[in-house]
Write a protein that binds this ligand. Structure first.
Ligand code: SF4
Ligand code: SF4
Length: 295
């Protein structure tokens, strides 16, 4: 089983549209992991029917039972995060400050402190209209656990892939270069970089490529909207050559990307041979680069 991640240094490059197209081309031979957990939108074009849903817990938080607390203040002394303050004759925990270390609960003389599991979101396993499985997630409001959630989505996708014996896990990675991207890329077999010929596209590609090169993972690149700035597209291609990154496709600007989203479809299901042909060709190359060795 091969894990292929699609990333871009920033949002709006067509990354998710490409992932959805690859998912359509791969059909039931793939599990899709939507790791763009802060802005998950793969479900918009895949019409998933939920098969399983489970809670995602990101850690613990201390809760003081005011009925049991005797107001000794010992917990305040040991908390390094100033997360406990008086409330009348007893004490209370400030949830935003609490790091869940559990020190206070261990020293409380009357066992008034309980360490509660903290729910940070939900993880879903669904069957898409493309007949593949989709693992996606919803992060709780105010939760900043996206790196951990990405790791959890990938773990679930891997378990599902092993259960169903599929050939590929397609990962729609998080944009940017932070912790969620690292969690999207680590341990994968191939990275598809998606960029566009703009100054920020060039800058973001350079940054995200550094992350990929740190892991030593083979990569190819799709230049989307390649004709909006031919000189910049030329610079991108020269950079890719210099970095030994294969150019998988140059896709011209097309309104078919937004039309496909509005129609709830992937781009390769639309009528635009110039674009569709290039995406199909890119997928063929990706498959060739990810052939399982003979056993
Ligand atoms: S250590 Fe226990 S009893 Fe003492 S103030 Fe804290 S919660 Fe209350
Ligand atoms: S769990 Fe740790 S951080 Fe939270 S209140 Fe207790 S001592 Fe402070």
């Amino acid at each position: 089983m091969k894990q292929i991640v699609i990333i871009s240094g920033k949002g709006g490059t067509g990354k998710t549209s490409l992932t959805a197209s690859f998912a359509w081309l791969a059909g039931k031979n793939t599990v899709v992991a939507d790791c763009d957990v802060d802005a998950a939108d793969m479900h918009l074009v895949t019409a998933p029917e939920t098969l399983e849903k489970r809670d995602f817990f990101s850690g613990y938080e201390a809760v003081i039972n005011p009925e049991t607390c005797v107001g000794c203040g010992d917990c305040v002394e040991v908390c390094h995060f100033d997360a406990i303050e008086p409330e009348g004759e007893v004490y209370k925990v400030l949830p935003v400050e609490c790091e869940g270390c559990g020190y206070c609960a261990r020293i409380c003389p009357v066992e008034a402190i309980e360490m509660k599991l903290l729910k940070a979101g939900d993880i879903f396993v669904a069957r898409t209209r493309m007949d593949n499985l989709l693992v996606h997630a919803r992060l709780g409001i105010g939760s900043d656990m996206s790196g951990k959630l990405v790791a959890e989505v990938r773990k679930e996708a891997r378990q599902q892939a092993e259960k169903t014996d599929v050939e590929y896990i397609l990962i729609d990675g998080s944009p940017g270069i932070g912790c969620p991207v690292t969690a999207s890329v680590t341990g994968t077999d191939y990275v598809v970089l998606v960029t566009e010929p703009t100054l920020s596209g060039m800058h973001d590609l350079e940054r995200v490529l550094k992350v990929v090169q740190n892991f030593g993972i083979p990569a190819g690149c799709v230049i989307n909207k390649a004709d909006i700035h031919t000189e910049m597209a030329g610079r991108l291609k020269a950079f890719l050559k210099e970095q030994s990154i294969e150019l998988l496709a140059e896709i011209p600007y097309s309104s078919v990307f937004s039309k496909a989203i509005n129609a709830g479809k992937s781009v390769v299901e639309m009528e635009d041979p110039g674009v569709v042909g290039r995406i199909k060709k890119a997928w063929e190359i990706i498959i060739q680069r990810n052939v399982e060795p003979e056993k």
